[in-house]
Design a binder for this molecule. Sequence first.
Ligand code: NAP
Length: 254
Amino acid sequence: MKIVVIGGTGLIGSKLVSKLREHGHEAAAAAPNTGVNTLTGEGLAEVLKGASVVVDVSNSPSWEDAAVLKFFETSTRNLLAYEAAAGVGHHVALSVVGTDRLSESGYFRAKIAQEKLIKESSISYTIVHATQFFEFLKGLADISVVDGKVHLPPVLFQPMAANDVACALVRVAVGEPVNGIVEIAGPEQFRLDELVRRRLASLKDLREVIADPNALYSGAKLTERTLVPGNNARLGEMRFETWLSQSAATGVAA
Ligand SMILES: NC(=O)c1ccc[n+]([C@@H]2O[C@H](COP(=O)([O-])OP(=O)(O)OC[C@H]3O[C@@H](n4cnc5c(N)ncnc54)[C@H](OP(=O)(O)O)[C@@H]3O)[C@@H](O)[C@H]2O)c1
């Protein structure tokens, strides 16, 4: 089966392309540096020729409110139009658990807009809602700094390894479209501030992490369960401590 991975050179996309090839599929990694740009439409008709499934794991280079909205709206519109013309049968997109509860955030308003376009299109789809990636914990600290300290609310948090995200996407991509949302998450729950503190300590990053109930996440106020999935989420296998020791051993940066 030919499967096109939009954002196939990124963190999740590169793992997904390798896994699909290991499973014997023809996987095409589509991104600007492979000649495919979803914002302009460049290369889309060519790469989609003969494709049965498209998995969109692209991300906007800028997370500024207007730029990220423009990215997800324009690229999703283009992608769906080219997919319809090419006869693609299943559009899979990666989004975030709790997206619909995070509309105070410009980034999440853009993800909501992306999901709306997918739901309204004529193409069968599966939207995969993942929790935050372990690999994103340092980035999360970086966007949560106030006066040199990391401010995060001590809410429930159930992140997962990027590798488990890619494994789950393989199963979804080769399966039937659900025309709805599938939730995936890590195997353990933590407090958000606690886990970021542990990640920064492992990186010998000396920034203090403050448990601040009023701190915003990507511009949005969180409640106890905003970031955690419902009871039917498919859980990944990798535990945080195992991931931490493996990433220390392999020297993989956050
Ligand atoms: N971070 C988290 O914790 C988290 C949690 C749940 C879901 N997600 C979702 O996961 C998705 C992927 O995240 P990621 O961290 O794997 O992203 P990433 O590593 O930043 O990769 C983004 C990919 O998108 C490509 N791209 C950028 N502009 C493009 C364009 N105009 N046309 C085609 N491709 C383009 C990039 O290509 P170049 O490198 O060539 O620019 C790259 O391959 C995002 O949609 C995000 O919302 C993230």
